[in-house]
Design a protein around this ligand. Structure first.
Ligand code: SAM
Length: 434
């Protein structure tokens, strides 16, 4: 069975690399997935059979590892100032042991946005020429400055890097097939490195035959509960506008009270053409001027909505959520106040209210573990957990990882309280698979 359908350019090259890169733990790869190409997603992976939660989809070796720069490389990069971060992968790869075939595969099997490459001529190209001249290991590559620049854009868009675990930094690299998983804001798969540094994708939820295989390009945890606008802004750094179902539909994470009827309204964002996106084109992502009320159907002007308070909460809630565990008690108090403010001004439909609630519950768990006296009751925890579960159900029902995070938090709180009165069964039960 062929791994690529007829639409994939260089299909025979992918077929040739598959047996060398992919471990067949999940069965021969072509029985699990297929590569296809469409105008909307470019080359992408699609499930060929139904896949169960936690099933291994692929397990892949890196085509090229890009571990952190050595001390010598860091010294050289300092001379390049702001460009240093972009150029670092060119110095990290083990060029002396990389074959011509691998280098060719690096240039041919990955996607880089043509717009950002065009913008990057000039300074970037001159820096690549300089690197080829002064970095001895790179001389073996025989690459032209244009090829090196293309490689760097490929790394920018396709790198797999585990920012959560410092011990995994040696495993950073580019992976031919893992890089064909598309982004979704409600992904059906997630990846991690195994102990040997193989990239492993596992299903987060049931995946049906024909479904596009996806993960989150903006990290997991609670990054995906933010508004479509914020997710678009983050993804603009990768030069595309997400076409997933969540981004195409109404922005349910960002509903505000309708000034006319008190119901809730959601933003109607202008369309963005991602062909025009290149490099740091954040300015092209625009906020909605008009919002639509779900209840009275009125068009609401953005200027009539509490957008300043929204901006303030968007900045403060994540900041206190990320506070050091040693300040859990103070952060819990601050998050409780922010949660009250979000509820009063933006409503309990807004993502900042959900995030403040989730973060407050997290801090309460830390306090339960460490503080001699706590300033909340079991009832407070129970109410907040139930409300958080309801928010997920109404605003992000397909976001399995976020729902599981909330479920585990509620379960840990219940364990620490020695009670089963927290609403684990009723409110989060729907995400547990028997
Ligand atoms: C890492 S590459 C994925 C492979 C690529 N599609 C190819 O043709 O080789 C990332 C690119 O895929 C496309 N892409 C991935 N997810 C997408 C999504 N949800 N909506 C639109 N484009 C997407 C974008 O062009 C993005 O820059």
């Amino acid at each position: 069975m062929a791994l690529c359908d007829g639409s994939v350019p260089n299909g025979e090259r992918f077929e040739a690399w598959a047996p060398r890169m992919l471990r067949a733990d999940a069965g021969p790869v072509a029985t699990v997935m297929e590569l296809r190409k469409t105008k909307e997603l470019g080359i992408h992976a699609v499930a060929r059979c139904s896949i169960h939660p936690d099933d291994l989809i692929i397990s892949e070796q890196a085509l090229l590892r890009l571990p952190p720069p050595s001390a010598e490389a860091q010294r050289l990069l300092r001379g390049f100032g702001e460009l240093g971060g972009f150029l670092a992968p060119a110095l990290c790869a083990p060029w002396a042991t990389t074959s011509a075939e691998q280098r060719e595969a690096c240039l041919q099997l990955f996607y880089a946005h043509p717009g950002s490459e065009k913008r990057s001529q000039g300074t970037h190209l001159a820096a690549c020429a300089e690197l080829l001249r002064c970095w001895a290991p790179l001389k073996h590559s025989n690459w032209t400055p244009e090829e090196l620049l293309h490689f760097l854009h490929i790394v920018d868009l396709n790198i797999h890097k585990d920012d959560e675990r410092p011990q995994n930094s040696e495993f950073t690299g580019i992976f031919v097939f893992g890089s064909k998983f598309s982004h979704s804001c409600a992904p059906n798969a997630a990846w991690s490195f195994d102990r040997e540094g193989r990239l492993q994708y596992r299903a987060l939820c049931p995946i049906a035959e024909g479904d596009v295989l996806t993960f989150s390009y903006v990290g997991n945890g609670m990054n995906l509960i933010t508004s479509t606008l914020l997710r678009r802004e983050r993804l603009s750094a990768l030069c595309f506008v997400c076409s997933c179902a969540r981004c195409q539909g109404a922005d349910m994470s960002r509903r505000l009270p309708c000034p006319q009827c008190g119901g809730s309204c959601y933003p109607s964002y202008p369309q963005v053409d991602d062909a025009t996106l290149a490099g740091s084109s954040r300015d092209l992502i625009q906020d909605a001027n008009i919002w639509k009320c779900e209840s009275c159907k009125a068009d609401v002007k953005a200027s009539d909505l509490p957008l300043e308070a929204e901006e303030e909460l968007t900045e403060l809630v994540p900041r206190f959520m990320q506070g050091d565990p040693s300040s859990a008690r103070e952060d819990a108090e601050r998050l409780w106040q922010l949660r009250q403010k979000a509820a009063a001004v933006l409503s309990k439909n807004h993502w900042t209210w959900f995030l403040a609630t989730f973060a407050w519950l997290q801090k309460c768990l830390l306090c339960l573990r460490n503080a001699p006296i706590v300033a909340f009751s079991e009832r407070d925890l129970c109410t907040a957990s139930t409300e958080a579960a309801r928010w997920l159900e109404s605003a992000a029902p397909e976001n399995m990882e976020q729902r599981l995070c909330a479920l585990f938090l509620a379960a840990r709180l219940a364990q620490h309280l020695g009670t089963l009165t927290l609403p684990i069964g009723q409110t989060f039960g729907c995400v547990v698979y028997a």
